[in-house]
Design a binder for this molecule. Structure first.
Ligand code: 8OZ
Length: 367
């Protein structure tokens, strides 16, 4: 490491000091129990990755209605919180830090994964032109019901309760998932939100649900322990906005004013990266004043560049962290990386989950 290597210089994020800028992105792995209990394997999985500057957990549903795929974990029962506590204790025992990502899928769901075969809920009654993963494999999303005023209140109560349970579970903070076509983004983006009440129309109205979610989460967490994830390009799950520069500038400004722990932005969707969105991402960046996490297909060289230039404070890594539990050390030593195996990304057992090798000291010296 050189003195100039900012990837490995500690940084303050609110009241937490991150020892490095190599953070673990939220990663859906579909290995939880059908009832949303995190698996026993999740304890070593997260423990192995405790050297990340910060771990963001996989997306975790705040309620049974917030679920959209098989075998994703929840944070809506005391039993789930107790299991998560084993995970946070393991990470803390290794000297790590961990935030939980609070998730409600909205219309990206299917009646077969919802309680009593209910229809998904959303900002809209329009079905998503997207698929989700169920016991029968990939299927089209079910037709949603638009939340009414009572439904919105109920959903906000679910956010409040999940935030409380996240504290019981011993997390260091929470990330509110407002990206990738899920419920909060269904409110934010005008290609989806077709409401005529105070939650639709102007961007002020469309971001009301996000603000209210942050308010209820804020009943249990100080602002500097709450982060938000956005994907302004709207490339996932039938998202999209007619004027992302104008609308997301307002959203960034609102979040900036709340003095949150951080803003976490999916800047390009792996697989659909044609560089087109970079100008928008750069233009929006100026509207957020605070800790900024960049995400989306970064390698170590680009991470160094974006941090050194001051455009980002930290970078979150997904696939590299799946395959390399000791990713910061490997980056620091410029060591070879294990290749991730896409066949074991979603679902399965220990294979491709907790069996990726650490760099052994012999290799570390050799490299
Ligand atoms: C991959 C598969 C299923 C869900 C996201 C939570 O995109 C996800 C997700 C990713 O944010």
């Amino acid at each position: 490491m050189t003195d100039q290597d900012m990837l490995f210089s500690p940084i303050e994020m609110g009241t937490i000091t991150l020892p490095n800028r190599v953070l673990m992105a939220p990663l859906t792995r579909n290995r939880a129990q059908p009832d949303g209990m995190p698996s026993d394997m999740a304890v070593p999985y997260y423990r192995q990755r405790a050297s990340a500057g910060l771990i963001l957990t996989e997306a975790t549903q705040i309620s049974e209605m917030g679920k959209g795929y098989i075998n994703t974990p929840g944070i809506h029962t005391e039993a789930q919180a107790a299991k998560w506590r084993e995970i946070t204790d393991a990470v803390h025992a290794e000297g790590g830090r961990i935030f939980i990502q609070l998730w409600h899928v909205g219309r990206i769901s299917h009646t077969s994964v919802l309680p009593d075969g209910r229809q998904p809920v959303s900002a809209t009654a329009k079905p998503a032109k997207a698929q989700t993963f169920t016991h029968d494999g990939f299927v089209d999303c079910s037709d949603p019901v638009a939340l009414d005023a009572d439904g919105i209140k109920e959903t906000l109560n679910d956010y409040r309760e999940a935030a409380r349970l996240a504290k019981v579970a011993g997390f260091d903070g929470v990330e509110v998932h407002a990206a990738n076509g899920y419920l909060i983004e269904q409110f934010l983006q005008d290609s989806v939100n077709d409401r005529t009440d105070e939650y639709g129309g102007s961007v002020e109205n469309r971001m009301r649900f996000l603000q209210e979610a942050l308010d209820v989460v804020g009943e249990h967490w100080d602002a500097d322990r709450i982060g938000v994830r956005l994907s302004p390009l709207g490339q996932a799950n039938d998202g999209g906005d007619s004027d992302p520069l104008t609308h997301y500038s307002a959203i960034y400004k609102m979040l900036s004013d709340r003095k949150l722990a951080y803003l976490h932005v999916l800047e390009s969707f792996p697989g659909s990266d044609n560089g087109e969105g970079q100008d928008l991402i750069d233009a929006l960046r100026d509207h957020y004043d605070g800790f900024y996490m960049a995400n989306g297909g970064y390698d170590v060289a680009r991470a160094r560049e974006v941090i050194t230039s001051g455009r980002a404070d930290a970078v979150t890594f997904g696939r590299p962290f799946i395959a390399n539990p000791d990713l910061p050390r490997r980056f620091n030593l410029d060591a070879a990386l294990n290749e991730p195996d896409p066949d074991t990304f979603y679902g399965g057992d220990e294979k491709g989950y907790i069996d990726y090798p650490f760099l052994d000291d012999h290799e570390a010296v050799a490299s």
